[in-house]
Ligand binder design. Structure first.
Ligand SMILES: NC(=O)c1ccc[n+]([C@@H]2O[C@H](COP(=O)([O-])OP(=O)(O)OC[C@H]3O[C@@H](n4cnc5c(N)ncnc54)[C@H](O)[C@@H]3O)[C@@H](O)[C@H]2O)c1
Length: 437
């Protein structure tokens, strides 16, 4: 097989721009800084700790992914972002209470130097938040232009050759696409008319893509998953990806459900509830914002279990997801799952999961990996939806007309095979007999 892509070397600095400098963003930034200093391990990050098998099992070639792929190194990254609260990354991280003061103080100066740029913030998309660090502009188009200026200014000031953006802002209210999202022309007219169906996150995404900055969406809101953005990403040759980081409860769901299906065990019901007390939880306490998250979380089982193919096992599932805002827990979410399953001759069984997780600790390595892999994709000249990154998302974006792949193990195979393909290595099929191993 010939080298299908030529990948530009990761020379110079990479600007990692994070709209929303809250718990997830600051945990990511602080973690990358601590890792750079040898004061922490980037656990959970495939790009930093993962390896990849190449060739036959007998070849004994299993390099680290970061040695195999031409990724930007952590030393080459400059972090920045936007937020409606003026707190520096250090202050915001202290407020979020994810990492300890002792940990944060090891990188206090670097974190304190990151001051959020003023946000594009029309409050109707996130009603629970009120902050002073916001842009003023006559219309949404002007706001987008200001974001473009911010990007250019940030890259210049920090000596960056290129940028990449990962949305770490709050979840916006649930929206269905309107005619404004159906073409780039309609979208740009909508921006000039400040059309109410154009949200804050869409304004950032539009500005990033126009500046050639790849954009990954970590929240469940509709941000880059509509025709106008597909058109812009093609026109500017920029990768896009989303949506909603796959972290706590949904991560568990996409680990367990493929196992049940692989063993042909039936499922009657799956009830998931969790409590969390961070700012994300507060925003999700608003029913309109919760609806966005609920839709993202509910899609998972159907696509993994394929009830139309497995009618007797999965044709009648009751699936319910709840999130309760409970301030005492902060970022230390607790997620409970009750699964009613059945086996041989229909005999019922139950599985209970109690996951005492830390939301931002699980999300931070995803943000870092997405930033590095989206930058790689861009240097490899990829554009449009990056389905090979579905591994990282609760609600993976797909090409129009295709169903999303939710099974974590298929996603992982797809991710690694794309890496092999990019680097002109044989794809691994796991056929596993003496001729094809
Ligand atoms: N932590 C996880 O496990 C996880 C998993 C999946 C998705 N997410 C999503 O990631 C996002 C971030 O989560 P978090 O825990 O850091 O939340 P957070 O509330 O701590 O941080 C979000 C930040 O975004 C800011 N913000 C909101 N609107 C903005 C705008 N228009 N421009 C700039 N800043 C804006 C808020 O002021 C806040 O500081 C949320 O949407 C959340 O749903 C998180």
């Amino acid at each position: 097989m010939k080298q299908p892509v030529s990948i530009k070397k990761p020379e110079g600095k990479l600007g990692v721009l994070l709209p929303g400098l809250g718990a997830v963003a600051t945990t990511t930034i602080a973690g990358a800084m601590l890792t750079r200093k040898g004061k922490g391990e980037p656990i959970g990050s495939l790009t930093q700790m993962g390896s990849i098998r190449l060739g036959k099992r007998t070849d004994g070639r299993t390099p680290l992914i970061k040695d195999f792929l031409p990724l930007a190194s952590l030393d080459q990254i400059a972090f920045g972002g936007w937020d409606l609260f003026p707190d520096t990354a250090y202050e915001s991280a202290m407020h979020a209470e994810v990492l300890s003061k002792e940990h944060l103080d090891l990188v206090k100066d670097e974190l304190s130097a990151i001051k959020p740029m003023p946000a594009v913030f029309y409050p109707e998309y996130v009603k629970r938040l009120h902050g002073p660090n916001v842009k003023k502009g006559a219309d949404k188009f002007e706001m987008a232009q200001q974001v473009e200026q911010d990007i250019k200014g940030f890259l210049k000031t920090n000596g960056c050759d290129r940028g990449v953006a990962v949305w770490c802002g709050s979840t916006e209210i649930y929206q269905e696409p309107t005619p404004v999202q159906q073409s780039l022309k309609a979208f740009e007219e909508g921006l000039k008319k400040s059309d109410p169906s154009i949200s804050n996150s869409q304004i950032y995404a539009y500005a990033c893509l126009r500046q050639g900055v790849p954009f990954a969406n970590g929240a469940p809101n509709m941000t880059v998953d509509f025709p106008a953005m597909f058109e812009l990403s093609r026109e500017r040759n920029v990768p896009i990806a989303g949506k909603d980081f796959k972290t706590g409860q949904t991560l568990m769901k996409t680990i367990l459900a493929p196992g049940l299906k692989a063993r042909m065990l039936g499922l009657r019901g799956w009830f998931s509830t969790n409590i969390l007390g961070n700012r994300d939880g507060e925003v999700l306490d608003d029913p309109e914002n919760f609806k966005t998250k609920e839709v993202s979380k509910l899609g998972v089982l159907e696509h993994i279990l394929q009830p139309t193919l497995n009618q007797k096992l999965y044709g009648n599932i009751y699936h319910k997801v709840r999130i309760e805002y409970y301030p005492p827990r902060g970022d230390q979410k607790e997620g409970w799952d009750n699964l009613d399953i059945f086996g041989w001759l229909g005999y019922p069984m139950q599985i209970k999961v109690d996951f005492l997780c830390r939301d931002s600790i699980l999300a931070a390595p995803i943000v870092l990996d997405l930033a590095l892999l989206m930058d790689l994709a861009s240097r490899a000249n990829f554009h449009g939806i990056q389905e090979w990154l579905s591994f990282y998302f609760k609600s993976p974006m797909t090409a129009p007309g295709l169903y999303p792949e939710h099974d974590l193990f298929i996603q992982s195979m797809k991710l690694k095979n794309t890496m092999r393909w990019m680097m002109n290595e044989e794809l691994i099929t796991h056929l596993g007999n003496e001729y094809y191993d």
